[in-house]
Design a protein around this ligand. Structure first.
Ligand SMILES: [Zn+2]
Ligand SMILES: [Zn+2]
Length: 334
């Protein structure tokens, strides 16, 4: 089968691999579509903290079962949950399979989906027969925002601010809106803010370069947001986000960076702020996203901006990683 491997930072190679043979409890899946995201660009550029080389990338997958078992029929459309967890530890048994200490994410810690076939534990597959392959390939990406919003416990009519309006920020805004929150998008890119205003229908947009704290105070009448979601992947932006959180509010760090981030303790303490990370997603989040896609609650047409075939992947990948390509989500087809 055809595969593309990332041998080291900035080096892809097209290779031929043996087809996978099924192991106990696993299902062979034919890859139909692959979504490309920030994690892939960071991995390719050597900026992903959990990454080792050589590695087959690809964790946003739409698949089709090749050889079925008692749970899945051959030909059935599936979305792989790429976070392979042990299923036995306290964390997994407590339902937090997204942060199992043994976690191996496909396309990050173990080989992912940039290949024709892959073997996936059937516990990591969700049936998706009523969604198009393109929509299936967006489920993992949207589930990151869905998980962050679920974790924040944001309530109807509360203020949710999302810093960074890339694909993860867009997903977070969608699910904050679905939770009934009043939404604020924060970014330094006016074009992206326009997209949030016009396509996503967020309530307010704030340019982070133009005194964002004052703008947030104006919008929320001095109360500041109940939940601030940070999805920039930029350490200084993560640190600034502490200033955006209202008293008694939550800061949810969705993106991850290499290294330390710092904050002023009096600011953190005076607001009795809760700071939490949000990592990956669980099956519950995948199901919530699939329901939102079924109900047309997510605008996928505006989300998928670029497409290419598997054979063009290596050249398109370089282009898509450049800001001037204006890519939101690129999808690769087999
Ligand atoms: Zn991703
Ligand atoms: Zn575990």
């Amino acid at each position: 089968m055809k595969a593309i491997i990332c041998n080291k930072p900035r080096e892809f190679e097209k290779i031929e691999l043996q087809d996978p043979t099924p192991v106990d409890g696993e299902v062979i899946v034919k890859i139909k579509k692959i979504g490309i995201c920030g994690t892939d660009y960071h991995a390719y550029n050597g900026r992903q903290p959990f990454f080792t080389y050589p590695r087959i990338l690809g964790h946003e997958l739409a698949g089709e079962v090749v050889e079925g078992n008692e749970k899945f029929k051959a030909g059935e459309a599936v979305v792989p949950i790429p976070y392979l967890h042990c299923g036995k530890c306290k964390t997994c048994l407590g339902g937090k399979t997204n942060c199992c200490p043994q976690i191996k994410t496909m396309g990050v810690h173990v080989d992912g989906g940039m290949r024709e076939f892959t073997s996936v534990p059937s516990t990591n597959l969700v049936k998706a027969h009523d969604l198009t392959d393109e929509k299936i390939a967006t489920v993992e990406c949207f589930s990151i925002g869905a998980h962050a919003v679920r974790r924040s416990e944001i309530k109807e009519n509360q203020w949710a601010a999302v810093v960074g309006t890339g694909p993860i920020g867009i997903g977070t805004l969608h699910f904050a809106k679905l939770a009934g929150a009043k939404t604020i998008a924060i970014d330094i890119n006016e074009e992206r803010l326009n997209h949030c205003r016009e396509v996503l229908g967020v309530d307010h947009c704030v340019n982070a370069l133009q005194n964002p704290v004052e703008a947030l105070n104006d919008i929320t009448k001095g109360e500041l947001p109940d939940a601030v979601f940070e999805a920039t992947g930029v350490p200084s932006a993560m640190e600034n986000a502490f200033n955006y959180v209202g008293h008694g509010g939550r800061l949810i760090l969705v993106s991850i960076v290499k290294g330390k981030i710092a904050f002023e303790d009096p600011l953190f303490h005076s607001r009795e702020m809760t700071v939490m990370s949000s990592r990956n997603a669980t099956e519950k989040d995948f199901i919530n996203v699939m329901n939102a896609l079924r109900n047309q609650d997510i605008n996928v047409e505006a989300f998928i901006t670029h497409r290419c075939d598997f054979d063009e992947l290596t050249s398109c990948f370089e282009t898509w990683s450049l800001p001037e390509s204006k890519v939101i989500k690129g999808i690769v087809s087999f």
